[in-house]
Design a protein around this ligand. Structure first.
Ligand SMILES: [Zn+2]
Length: 240
């Protein structure tokens, strides 16, 4: 690994590394087999926003009812933003406590946002990806740990085992099946392992990796402060 390619100041050679695949169905899938779903409150908030947007479109522009709905919509957006940031900081803290090196796709967020019928739904997600990346990076860098972005090209379609490409994999396929060697693994877990491999890190042997959810993050007691209110130190580059 070239030192010049990594971000941050290392206090020594990293001893542990994790590849993280970010996605829409599953927020994050780690190369150690753990994953984090989009939590239910977040999904509910997204659903409320969709409904409010629909309601708003049926109101007369600048009428009282339009303004009321517009205000509700703004509040819901604010709520969603706070919830996400809180979750992202907790995930970042968790990972940065356990690992010395974070390996991420060097995105192009647009690569995740496929065209088609799902486009509207996905638009609500896309801005959050870049924020999630910034927060994860921040949590590592402030601890003096390393972040290594690796090329994103074909990470979902590449076989972790033989590096063959599955050209027919679609966004709907949750399982990666290699047409070359027959290797079969959860789609996102395969992608996170491919990322780790691209970083030059020797990945864990696959049979040792089992897919399992990260427990609800508040239960980890990582950042519960000030009577339950979540106060986070904001990265300097996130102002505004
Ligand atoms: Zn293969």
């Amino acid at each position: 690994m070239e030192e010049a390619e990594t971000l941050g100041q290392s206090s020594g050679e990293p001893k542990t590394a994790v590849g993280v695949d970010l996605g829409i169905t599953r927020l994050a899938t780690l190369s150690d087999g753990r994953y984090l779903e989009n939590p239910k409150p977040l999904e509910r908030s997204l659903e409320r926003i969709r409904l409010l947007q629909r309601t708003l479109s049926r109101k007369r522009f600048l009428s009282n009812n339009w303004l009321k709905t517009k205000t509700k919509l703004a509040k819901e957006h604010e709520h969603l933003k706070d919830f996400r940031r809180d979750l992202f900081f907790k995930l970042g803290a968790l990972l940065a406590q356990e690992y010395d090196l974070l390996v991420l796709e060097d995105l192009d967020v647009q690569g995740l946002i496929q065209s088609g019928t799902k486009k509207r739904r996905l638009r609500l997600h896309d801005s959050s990806f870049s924020e999630l990346r910034r927060i994860l990076e921040w949590e590592f860098l402030k601890r003096g740990k390393l972040v290594l972005p690796v090329p994103a090209y074909n990470t979902s379609r590449e076989c972790f085992l033989c590096r063959g490409i599955n050209q027919n994999l679609t966004l709907e396929d949750r399982v990666f099946l290699c047409p070359h060697c027959g290797f079969t693994l959860d789609r996102d877990l395969n992608a996170s392992l491919v990322l780790l491999k691209r970083s030059g890190w020797v990945p864990p042997s696959v049979p040792a990796v089992k897919l399992h959810p990260i427990p609800p993050l508040p239960a980890l007691g990582l950042v519960e402060r000030q009577g339950g209110a979540m106060r986070q130190e904001a990265p300097p580059f996130m102002a505004g």
